[in-house]
Design a protein around this ligand. Structure first.
Ligand SMILES: [Fe+2]
Length: 310
């Protein structure tokens, strides 16, 4: 059993999220966003430079905070009584089709769709799917899968790499945690090494920041984050709306009855075959060297001594 990030790789995740809800075929809410001009939020965030570029492991050296898009109407979202996992909202060239069971999410989906259409010149060619997960979570457990990770890391299956996916996420308290620091991954082998465990290994506690509950965030695969461990039993809601240029063909996806297809073969989760990397990053390959802790201590002490004897 591997224990790198303070959790084991069989940590409990509430099973309810993987049930396959059957949605009705009643007329869906259907729309197409206009993509009218709107202010770009957090326009200096470097995420916008790599948002519509092919996936590149070197981007993990350049940390970027999640893009806070402001509050959401949580009372309205609380009316949503169904959990769905990666349910398609649109396919390339189609309108958005929201099953009636998710009508409480309509306002949020429209808000996201309008922004996504405005910032993404290839919005219409994207797949879009939604996860809505509102669950009771026990103390000591995790609402989502534990450990640091990026959403949309492209592994060996996607070679050559394609433009990255991006997601709009919202959680209630306690919110998602982000680690703002460089991560060195380029020297690892994507066919062999588990990058998620590497994030846990390289992450420093002082670099971990909580996001704000009930706020909407735009995130890319390079924003390394984790779900917090629950310390007191609570009800927690997580919503993610993802835009990707390739279809996520996972048999556990919730089926949207208003689109054809969506029958996917069982598949092996490649992460089960990946192993942790046990070595420190070779910093010289990144043009850096590690400042020796002892040397640093001595320098600090010398500086303090000089200050006191002035
Ligand atoms: Fe995530």
């Amino acid at each position: 059993m591997i224990n790198v990030g303070g959790y084991d790789n069989h940590a409990k995740v509430s099973q309810i999220r993987y049930e396959q809800p059957k949605l009705s075929k009643r007329k869906p809410i259907e729309f197409s966003p206009k993509g009218l001009w709107t202010p770009r939020i957090d326009p200096d965030n470097i995420a916008y430079n790599s948002l519509f570029q092919p996936f590149n492991l070197n981007q993990y050296i350049y940390p970027r905070p999640p893009i806070d898009m402001g509050r959401v109407d949580i009372l309205q979202l609380n009316e949503c009584g169904i959990n769905v996992l990666r349910m398609p909202l649109k396919f390339p060239g189609t309108n958005y089709k929201i099953p009636q069971e998710l009508s409480a999410c309509e306002t949020l989906i429209r808000r996201v769709a309008e922004y996504a259409k405005f910032i993404n010149p290839n919005h219409d060619d994207c797949f879009c799917h939604i996860t809505h997960d509102s669950s009771m979570v026990n103390s000591g457990e995790y609402h989502r899968f534990p450990g640091f990770h990026g959403d949309g890391i492209q592994g060996t299956k996607l070679t050559p790499k394609v433009n990255v996916e991006h997601s709009y996420i919202m959680t209630t308290n306690p919110p998602t945690e982000f680690c703002l620091q460089p991560f060195f991954l380029k020297h690892l082998d994507e066919a062999k090494h588990n990058f998620f465990l590497e994030f846990d290994k390289q992450a420093h506690d002082v670099n971990v920041f909580g996001s704000l509950p009930e706020h909407l965030y735009l995130i890319d695969p390079y924003m390394v984050h984790r779900t917090p461990q629950i310390t007191m039993r609570c009800s927690r809601t997580f919503i993610r709306i993802t835009y990707a240029f390739t279809e996520l063909q996972h048999p556990k996806n919730t089926i949207n009855p208003h689109f054809k297809g969506q029958k996917y073969d069982k598949r092996v989760d490649i992460r089960e075959n990946l192993t942790p990397n046990e070595f420190d990053p070779p910093y010289h390959l990144y043009g850096l060297s590690k400042v020796d802790e002892k040397l640093k201590e001595e320098r600090d002490w010398a500086a303090q001594f000089t200050e006191e004897t002035k």
